[in-house]
Design a protein around this ligand. Structure first.
Ligand code: SPD
Length: 368
């Protein structure tokens, strides 16, 4: 069931102006293309996206139908994405930030309105994903996909005795583990283990989390900080016992090897919604909006999630989704998880000292 046929898509496409362009191979995902100059020829769409986050067949279909080339460069954390965009030198049309950095991007004047009125398929979105607190009125974002973050293992190598972050943060030093190379996820996991909010601004709680994390990365079993797909690959290769991972990334691996398992630790965990945004410096905003409308199409949206195993915000896509996505093998948070605060959305930290404390904790950990 890993790949929903993209032939479904053919009838769904807007067959717009068909320029003939794609005479060179698309840049493979997982790399950063060397070309950073803007090409405002209306025929090249450049997207900066989380890795392993789109069905390549969907991209190919768009290229063919529109006679354009789509170049996808990838990143592994919001912070690295922001650093690249704020550093200039890269010209993308679309980017893929999580909810909690959207307002940072607005304040940095990196975004322009997506123009939802022009997106015919905008109405396909489920009401719960409209008008979010991080973007009132959906001026700058469309919701793309979402998932909680869990702990994963390869049952062929290791079976966890408990469903707890204690496997990593507790005193046992025999377990070999990797953590996400993602500050809010790592600090958030420590905060949840300690019984605090993932968005806390309390200095005492953050100090406790920092001390716990310092001890954790000094453990013999700590293997590395890595991106989600890299952690999946380490689990597939049985190189580690446990990995902190975005659930969708793990399920992509479980489709290849059903010994890969994931759970949401009992103390609770993080969740975020990833969005698509139109960058202010977009060389091809018209083509970018055509692509946004394309991914909002029910068949396209379902094909993307059926490939990536991430949660899907598109109401019209729901009947076409692999039923597995509705439960993510027990790793989809329930209403009760949200009500009780067990699973918490990562929110933007209020400007001021708190973001600097998180930054300092992260720099401290990474330098050890
Ligand atoms: N490989 C896709 C990863 C998607 C990650 N979602 C957001 C996590 C925010 N910390």
């Amino acid at each position: 069931m890993r790949r929903l046929s993209v032939t479904l898509l053919a009838g769904a496409l807007l067959l717009g102006a068909c320029h003939r362009v794609a005479d060179s191979e698309p840049t493979p995902e997982g790399t950063t293309s060397p070309v950073t100059t803007a090409r405002n020829d209306g025929r090249t769409l450049r997207i900066f996206m989380w890795s392993d986050y789109i069905d390549p067949a969907v991209v190919k279909t768009f290229e063919k139908s529109h006679g354009v080339k789509v170049v996808i460069d990838t990143f592994e954390s919001n912070e690295s994405m922001l650093a690249k965009l704020q550093g200039g030198g890269a010209s993308y049309d679309l980017a893929n930030p999580s909810n909690y950095v959207v307002q940072t991007m607005v304040r940095a004047r990196l975004l322009q309105p997506v123009g939802k009125e022009e997106l015919r398929n905008f109405g396909n979105l489920a009401a719960g994903f409209l008008n979010p607190n991080f973007d009132p009125g959906n001026v700058y974002t469309i919701p793309y996909q979402f998932a909680a973050t869990g702990l994963a293992y390869n049952a062929g190598r290791y079976t966890p005795p408990v469903d707890s972050w204690a496997l990593i943060f507790g005193p046992d030093d025999r377990v070999k583990f990797a953590l996400l190379d993602d500050p809010r996820e790592v600090i958030g996991a420590a905060l949840k283990y300690l019984g605090y909010s993932v968005n806390t601004g309390r200095v005492e709680e953050l100090r406790e989390a920092r001390n716990l994390l310092r001890r954790t990365v000094r453990k013999k079993g700590f293997e590395s900080f890595a991106g989600g797909p890299e952690i999946r690959n380490k689990l597939l290769a049985a190189q580690i016992d446990l990995g902190q991972i975005y659930v969708g990334d793990l399920l992509q691996g479980a489709a290849e090897d059903d010994r890969l398992k994931v759970f949401l630790p009992r103390e609770g965990t993080t969740i975020s919604t990833d969005t698509l945004v139109l960058l202010r410096g977009s060389p091809n905003p018209g083509l970018a909006r055509t692509f946004l409308n394309y991914v909002l199409n029910a068949e396209v949206s379902a094909a993307i999630s059926n490939y990536t195993y991430y949660g899907n915000p598109n109401r019209a896509a729901r009947p076409l989704l692999d039923p597995l996505l509705l439960t993510q093998r027990g790793a989809m948070p329930t209403d009760e998880d949200f009500r009780s605060g067990r699973v918490e959305f990562i929110d933007e930290l209020p400007p001021g000292t708190t973001p600097r404390i998180y930054d300092r904790i992260w720099t401290d950990l990474k330098s050890r």
